[in-house]
Design a protein around this ligand. Structure first.
Ligand code: ADP
Ligand code: MG
Length: 339
């Protein structure tokens, strides 16, 4: 059960600060991560006009108690860490306590939420950071968060939004990344009333790869599974035959977080070198589970870059896992026989 408190100034100063809301995709990212942190097993993301006028995220997670709802919208209020020490062991996706405050300050927000012990739900409305209603309402367990008319009160920022088509494409890409990073959560994505993605939540990463990237990629994968006490790697890498001309297909997730890592990237590309033409990059979809103490995730506001305490150990482990998968498997593409 969450217990939301405001971080002290010392902790706030240690958290890399930055604007978290830049476009509809950043709103969806924060809300979807909150749903996952709330231990939801099913989440629906719905957008209209690329998310510029309407974003709705519904989850079946733990919900927020009525007396804590207004608190959740204050800056630096979070239930996920209490102090600086916790920063080094954080296992949730969020921890800065900034997202709801930032989203509510630049859109018209409606929240409906209910906890398992709450007898009734709560409906809360906040427009441009100004509280409108806090009332009792009948609601299922979980949280529905609606953000309407992003940047309606900040025309200068609204000008930087691209067309609904472009913004919608960014949202779709983001939802796909989160679906791939959390095969244990069933994620549904609806764009302009059309179903765009629906993952089962049955932990099967290969199914999601098939859904997102199609059959050619899904049928040319090698499984990776490596384990040490403090770090494990699970997932798939593509046979060299599905190599691509850019790095967009290199995906790594650490403790459920999509990240960029030059250490991992170098290790993988080095292992592929004997099998690859120049300027070709592999398809990789690797999940790392690492003791949080070995990581420093507090380096960038969007939480994408990540530092390892022992980069060399990670490099060696990744290199060996990938190199041995490539060495031991048949690298001829699987050919579908015509019926
Ligand atoms: P952070 O995720 O960094 O803690 P947020 O501003 O995103 O900060 O959220 C503030 C708090 O509101 C969270 O710590 C959590 O307790 C609560 N919260 C937000 N979204 C949800 C949700 N979908 N379900 C349950 N609790 C939520
Ligand atoms: Mg959050």
């Amino acid at each position: 059960m969450p217990n939301i408190t405001i971080l002290d100034q010392n902790t706030i100063n240690k958290i890399a600060a930055g604007e978290v809301v830049e476009r509809p995709a950043s709103v969806v990212k924060e809300l979807l991560e909150n749903a996952i942190d709330a231990k939801a097993t099913a989440v629906t993301v719905e957008i209209k006009e690329g998310g510029t006028t309407f974003i709705r995220i519904t989850d079946n997670g733990c919900g927020i108690a009525r007396e804590e709802v207004p608190l959740a919208f204050l800056r630096h209020s979070t239930s996920k860490i209490k102090s600086v020490e916790d920063l080094f062991t954080v296992s949730s996706l969020g921890f800065r306590g900034e997202a709801l405050a930032s989203i509510a300050s630049v859109s018209q927000v409606e929240l409906i939420t209910k906890t398992s012990i709450g007898l009734t739900g709560t409906r809360y409305q906040i427009d441009g950071g100004e509280e409108k209603t806090l009332e009792e309402i009948g609601a299922p367990e979980g949280t529905t968060f609606i953000a309407r008319n992003l940047f309606y009160n900040t025309p200068a920022r609204k000008k930087f939004l691209k067309t609904p088509t472009t913004e919608g494409a960014h949202v779709a890409e983001l939802v796909e990344k989160l679906a791939l990073s959390h095969p244990e959560v069933s994620i549904r994505f609806i764009q302009n009333n059309q179903n765009k993605l629906h993952t089962s939540g049955n932990h099967n990463l290969k199914d999601i790869i098939y859904t997102v990237f199609g059959r050619e990629i899904a049928s040319n994968l090698l499984e990776i599974s490596a384990k040490k006490p403090e770090i494990s790697i699970q997932g798939y890498i593509g046979k060299p035959v599905i190599a691509r001309g850019n790095r967009n297909y290199e995906n790594y997730f650490i403790n459920g977080r999509y990240i960029k890592s030059s250490v991992i990237c170098r290790a993988i590309e080095e292992a592929y070198k004997p099998f690859m033409m120049q300027h070709k990059y592999p398809f990789t979809m690797l999940h790392f589970t690492i003791e949080p103490e070995l990581l420093d995730i507090n380096v960038h506001p969007t939480k994408m870059e990540l530092r390892f305490r022992d980069g060399e150990m990670v490099y060696q482990m990744v290199y060996q896992a990938v190199a041995s998968a490539l060495a031991h498997k048949e690298l001829i593409p699987e050919i579908e026989l015509e019926k």
